[in-house]
Design a protein around this ligand. Structure first.
Ligand code: ATP
Length: 341
């Protein structure tokens, strides 16, 4: 493993960039610092036994460009030479990637660190604001993303540089607040006895809430998966699904508000992950912002902080591309996360 301490290194082009989630893997190649990324079709992680197979079949077999470097963003903490992905079976072994796929250099970062890089560089056309508030430029930002899991990262600006702050913030506790919560919380599936944020705010979390709503209300479970909950919740054809979306928006607002307080995120809170952009109409209803601002004694601060849904279809890749082009703009720590041939 490299002991390189300089986070302002350059990464040799062409660069393969990859966003590896629990369900989907998305790849692109940056030929040089100026060209648009060459994107490849999104792959389902379940379709490939290893990440090496996925890169070979999904990228290298489909182009004549041989990337010299790879920057991979993975769902899970990056430590050691074998990186286990939290919500899928792949293990990233950078030494193997270098040996088998011909890279000179591999950098591995956390997937929400990549989302944070995107939050520093996305244009307004890729953001949909929910509620009021205005971005204070150069103030801290937070990314919260419900997808297969719940990812969280901070973004801090100092010395003319954006520093992504990766963490495991999706695993903080969520507590009951309203009378309805006190009815439902005993029915939520826990992890180690806790209702962590990720128990509620991801695809599995949507089903967890839906199950509890149906159980407490003595209703039949008509939706069989998160996407059906979303569809029938938004069109109003299933009352339990509609309440599930309302609760999901409330809990997301509650957690996003807590994270905004922790980071004093006057630069905004950015809702990423696969689910946020699919439930924009539910997030536009009052519950999300009300829960976000319901933070006495600091309600006034929260009111001033803007919240956005990231609508860019490949936001993490766009953040990684910005980093790959000009690493000097970003304080991405590569110590222990950069491997060379
Ligand atoms: N229309 C929908 N409404 C709600 N949830 C959905 C919908 N479609 C897919 N999902 C859920 O979204 C999750 C996949 O999210 P995402 O697209 O962010 O994947 P990912 O990038 O692999 O996730 P992660 O980065 O969190 O591991 C799955 O749990 C899936 O069931």
């Amino acid at each position: 493993m490299s002991n390189q301490s300089d986070h302002q290194h350059t990464i040799p082009f062409p660069i393969l960039i990859g966003d590896i989630g629990g369900t989907n893997a998305r790849f692109a190649i940056l030929v040089d610092a100026y060209a648009e990324p060459k994107q490849f079709p999104t792959l389902a992680t379940a379709d490939f036994a290893t990440i090496d197979d996925a890169i070979q079949a999904g990228v290298l077999d489909k182009t004549a460009v041989q990337p010299r470097s790879a920057i991979l963003a993975v769902a899970g903490p990056v430590k050691g030479d074998e990186i286990d992905l939290t919500n899928c079976d792949w293990v990233v072994r950078p030494h193997d990637l270098i040996a088998h796929l011909g890279f000179d250099e591999v950098v591995v970062i956390n997937d929400f660190e990549a989302q944070a890089l995107a939050a520093a560089s996305l244009e307004a056309e890729h953001l949909q604001q929910i509620g009021g508030g205005e971005i204070l430029p150069s103030a801290s930002r937070v990314v919260v993303g419900p997808g297969t899991g719940l990812g969280v990262a901070g973004l801090v600006h100092a010395r003319h540089t954006w520093f992504p702050v990766p963490g495991e913030g999706g695993h903080i506790d969520v507590g009951p607040r309203t009378e309805r919560d006190y009815d439902l919380f005993p029915h939520y599936e826990t992890i180690g006895g806790r209702v962590s944020a990720e128990q509620l705010l991801c695809g599995r979390g949507l089903m967890n809430i839906y199950l509890a709503v149906c159980k407490v209300g003595g209703m039949e479970m008509r939706a069989a998966n998160p996407s059906e909950v979303t569809t029938t919740g938004l069109d109003g054809s299933d009352a339990a699904a509609t309440e599930t979306l309302s609760l999901f928006a409330t809990y997301l607002g509650r957690v996003a508000g807590d994270l905004a307080l922790i980071f004093m995120a006057r630069g905004g809170v950015y809702l990423a992950g696969g689910i946020s952009q699919k439930i924009i109409p539910a997030l536009k209803r009052p519950e999300f912002r009300q829960a976000f601002e319901d933070k006495a004694p600091h309600g006034a601060i929260l009111k001033s902080i803007p919240t956005f849904v990231v609508t860019h279809p490949l936001a993490a890749l766009s953040g990684m591309a910005a980093y790959a082009r000009t690493p000097v703009r970003f304080g991405v720590a590569t110590e222990g996360r950069r491997w060379k041939a």
